[in-house]
Design a protein. Structure first.
Lengths: 281, 315
């Protein structure tokens, strides 16, 4: 497979601009984690997944993606719109009244591309498991992907799900953990230690990979390796090292921008660091 | 006629659920079932035996079960979750709220061992707040059938209704007296026409209401007896029509008064036709261990309590 990394990087730069502009416009939202997961979501939607922007809720014959850490909606909205699920101009309505682009992703307003609401943390893996079970029943050989935050792993439901998937040998399920080490109140290790994450997932019965969430080649190799685990009867967890705020120097590596938008001056600086490649909405 | 409402057999409502699941397993390939380590209590072993691929044992992990059900529904299945009512509601309220109700998933939350009639296990398991919690969720249908036949009919009906449903039933053997035919979600059932007072009952309390109505009638009171099996959406038209005629209304349910059917009826009547009402329900209290009939007696849900509430309004 020959992959055009330069095009993916161009898209990622544009998506990062979209994130800054969406959150700045309404002075709210979660830019930090969105910037950190941009490269991964761009890769999934523009290279890895088989998916149809005309959008079918049931997703038969398609790969399905679930976002468990729903607060990083700005990156998902940008990627969905730039994949053709809805007009890019609609990003202007993010978090405004009467919008389909709710603060946290929802199906209620009928936004194409969203299959379940998320925001209250720890629920996405369970939902993804349900979709993966349905694909197995339907003899549908596509994958189910789910992205979860690292702080979110503090929720007990995650480990109920982590116990379930290996028991049912769900090898069509690929969970990615956004391992940026940060959450609202500070670093994970200060708020509530995650401990030996690789050991935890391994002992629950998962095949575990690690990858650099800002290196397209690393991600492509790892996700392909994860797909090749199919048939071995084990679900895959990818621990993805990312940097919160990636791409904007003053936002990188701190939890300060988890749930805070840039002001006018900061927005100007941020956008000056992110090339307009595809074109702003 | 009231005297014609009799029973020869007692069966548990949960057995009606199990029997319907067996039939649904044969009739509808989209139906899948999940259970959180209570297969025997929920009576779904025959479904599992006949459809092993369409059953998912999730272990003691109800939150995960609700999420998985939402995912199965997303992909076009019709999941029926099954566990005790306590673990089907309060324990997993946020999972139901976000992944099922707000996301409008076609999930059927099937809940046994509701209310005081659970008996000896005591208050930890005797949920009396479940209908209130569930009826507050936008778009959630809430059904509390009265006997084996009605539970069976309701279970089959909700498979053909698109959207989230909470189906509440119970543990003990209970008189079987309702027809299996004629069940319609959201449609009240008139058991007896009368002119002096409207007596509304749901769930197990319907049989007690029948007994109470018979005694009242023997004393010369003309009781209009209505079964509300669907707590939400409420059959407002049937209730208003009856109360406009009788001018008095008593509601009997195995639930807290706060958040219960009586409160829904009171809200309706306050808005449309202010009426004197009586409430046969649990008064802001937890239950305790005991036999079902002892508990119903102690917590004010006896046949005599229904009669007294009616007489108090009539006098």
């Amino acid at each position: 497979m020959s992959i055009d990394i330069a095009s993916l990087k161009d898209m990622a730069s544009q998506v990062r601009r979209d994130i800054i502009r969406q959150t700045h416009l309404v002075n709210s939202g979660h830019p930090g984690g969105s910037l950190g997961c941009t490269d991964f979501l761009v890769l999934l939607y523009f290279e890895i997944m088989k998916h149809d922007p005309s959008f079918n809720m049931e997703g038969n014959g398609e790969d399905m993606f679930f976002l468990s850490n729903g607060h990083i909606s700005p990156v998902w909205y940008s990627v969905l719109s730039r994949s053709g699920y809805f007009p890019v101009e609609e990003l202007n309505t993010f978090r405004k009244i009467n919008s389909r682009l709710q603060g946290h992703p929802a199906t209620h307003e009928g936004l194409p591309g969203i299959r379940v609401a998320s925001g209250s943390l720890g629920q996405g893996m369970s939902v993804a498991i349900g979709a993966a079970l349905a694909k197995r029943l339907n003899k549908d050989d596509r994958f189910v992907y789910v992205l979860t935050g690292d702080g979110e792993l503090q929720e007990g439901q995650v480990w109920e799900a982590a116990m379930f998937a290996p028991h049912y040998k769900l090898d069509n399920l690929i969970v990615t953990v956004d391992w940026n080490g940060q959450q609202i109140d500070g670093p994970n290790e200060k708020v509530m230690s995650l401990g030996d994450l690789k050991g935890k997932w391994t002992s629950f019965g998962w095949t575990v990979f690690e990858m650099d969430g800002h290196d397209f080649n690393s991600m492509i190799q790892t996700i392909q390796a994860a797909q090749n685990e199919r048939g071995k009867g084990k679900p895959v967890c990818i621990l993805m090292k990312t940097e919160m705020g990636k791409g904007v120097d003053f936002m990188e590596g701190t939890h300060q921008w988890h749930g805070k938008a840039t002001n006018a001056e900061q927005t100007e600086i941020a956008l000056s660091q992110l090339e307009e490649t595809i074109g702003d909405y | 006629m009231l005297k014609d409402i009799t029973y020869t057999d007692k069966k548990a409502t949960r057995d009606g659920f199990g029997a319907a699941m067996t039939e649904l397993g044969r009739e509808n390939p989209k139906v899948v079932a999940l259970c959180a380590d209570l297969v025997g209590s929920l009576k779904i072993q025959p479904f599992i035996d006949e459809n092993p691929d369409r059953f998912f044992q999730v272990g003691i992990a109800e939150a995960n079960m609700m999420g998985i059900a939402a995912g199965l529904a997303t992909a076009g299945k019709i999941p029926f979750t099954s566990t005790f009512a306590n673990f089907s509601t309060g324990r997993v309220y946020d999972q139901i709220r976000q992944s099922i109700a707000y996301s409008h998933k076609n999930v059927k939350i099937c809940a046994s061992h509701a209310g005081l009639t659970l008996g000896e296990d005591g208050a930890t398991h005797q949920i009396l707040e479940d209908m209130g919690m569930m009826k507050m969720l936008p778009g959630m249908v809430v059904i509390n059938p009265a006997d084996y036949n009605q539970t069976k009919a309701a279970t089959k009906a909700i498979a053909n209704h698109y959207g989230p449903v909470y189906l509440r039933f119970g543990r003990p053997g209970w008189p079987v007296f309702m027809p299996e035919d004629g069940f319609e979600i959201g449609k009240a059932i008139m058991l007896n026409k009368g002119s002096d007072i409207t007596l509304i009952a749901t769930g197990h309390m319907l049989w007690y209401a029948v007994e109470a109505a018979k005694k009242l009638e023997a004393d010369g009171v003309s009781v209009e007896l209505i079964n509300i099996h669907t707590i939400k959406p409420l059959d407002e038209e049937a209730i208003l029509k009856s109360v406009r005629k009788t001018g008095l209304c008593v509601v009997a349910e195995e639930h807290q008064q706060l958040g219960g059917l009586g409160e829904s009826v009171a809200g309706l009547l306050a808005r449309q036709h202010p009426t004197k009402m009586g409430f046969v329900a649990v008064q802001d209290s937890f239950g305790e261990s005991g036999k079902p009939d002892q508990l119903l007696e102690k917590y004010g849900l006896s046949i005599n309590n229904i009669i007294e509430k009616c007489q108090a309004l009539l006098s």
